[in-house]
Design a protein around this ligand. Sequence first.
Ligand SMILES: Cc1cc2nc3c(=O)[nH]c(=O)nc-3n(C[C@H](O)[C@H](O)[C@H](O)COP(=O)(O)O)c2cc1C
Length: 327
Amino acid sequence: MAADNSQRLMADNPRLKNNIDITTALGDLQLKNPVLTASGTCGFGRELAERYELSELGALIVKGITVEPRSGNSSPRIAETPAGLLNSIGLENPGLEGFIREELPWLAGVKPPVLANISGHSISDFSRLAEGLAGRQEIAGLEVNVSCPNIGAGGLAFGTDPEMVARVAEAVRSYYSGFILVKLTPAAGDILAVAQAARESGAEALTVCNTMPGMEIDIESRAPVLGNTFGGLSGPALQPIALKLVYQLAQADILPILGGGGIMTGRDAIKFLLAGARAVSVGTATLLDPLAPLKIKTGIVDYLKKHNCGNLQEIIGQALTEAETSR
Ligand SMILES: Cc1cc2nc3c(=O)[nH]c(=O)nc-3n(C[C@H](O)[C@H](O)[C@H](O)COP(=O)(O)O)c2cc1C
């Protein structure tokens, strides 16, 4: 990276960057810039903090937590595919108590808003997580991951069923009065119905989207590559799918959207913003290059500058028609 570029990356105030205002918001959550980390791809932020000031990020979305600690799925848990990454990490995490004890004190000192990502296999799991995190000042809100299998419903992912999503969101809302994002799965049959259900049950914004279920097979061993057989596909292969969902949901004007899936460059991020996302999340790119969120932020500023935009808001939803961008 050129030296002048990295100096610009370190400029903290968005207004210092050629007077271009890159502030944005997801509902009531104000963001200094539109680039967030995607859950599960930067742990709890400690490693990134060794590389740069976390205040460079719009917000930090930390690793998904469950009620009990989990050691995750059997290895191998990562596989490369022609245009993306498959992971079956299986939500390895310290559990709710471990998160409160070991991670929240550290996160209290983190400057950008921190969003906790919660996952469960039953409605009562989500209730317990929301209750346990209610009123915690260290976090600015919850991102509710509804991509996990619902054990009570034969293992079908919560997020594929609007009624289940409504029940999860209601359960979280009944304990948690702060900001709630619901993170949708691209495997949902009727994404609009799922999003409506999330809104009606108390969500204030949507993350679009989580990984797409997939698998890889080793033709020499004639066996699935992942220890868990199936995994979630992320990275470039996911991008057109995620972009379509963002566009479709922005057109329906249901809730503000945090868009992501395969964002590797600033230009990729611009596509999601033009499709109507108010902010973007960067996952797989961060695994490949911890500086990716900052480079993507610089890429967004460069695009705005090149197109004579003084304000990020000028481009949000520009690929939609005027009538469709009121929210
Ligand atoms: C290794 C890995 C771990 C992940 N862990 C979580 C998680 O704990 N909770 C969650 O909601 N999403 C998780 N995700 C999904 C990402 O947050 C993101 O939604 C997805 O990877 C798509 O974005 P990307 O293509 O930029 O990676 C994980 C993804 C990867 C690659």
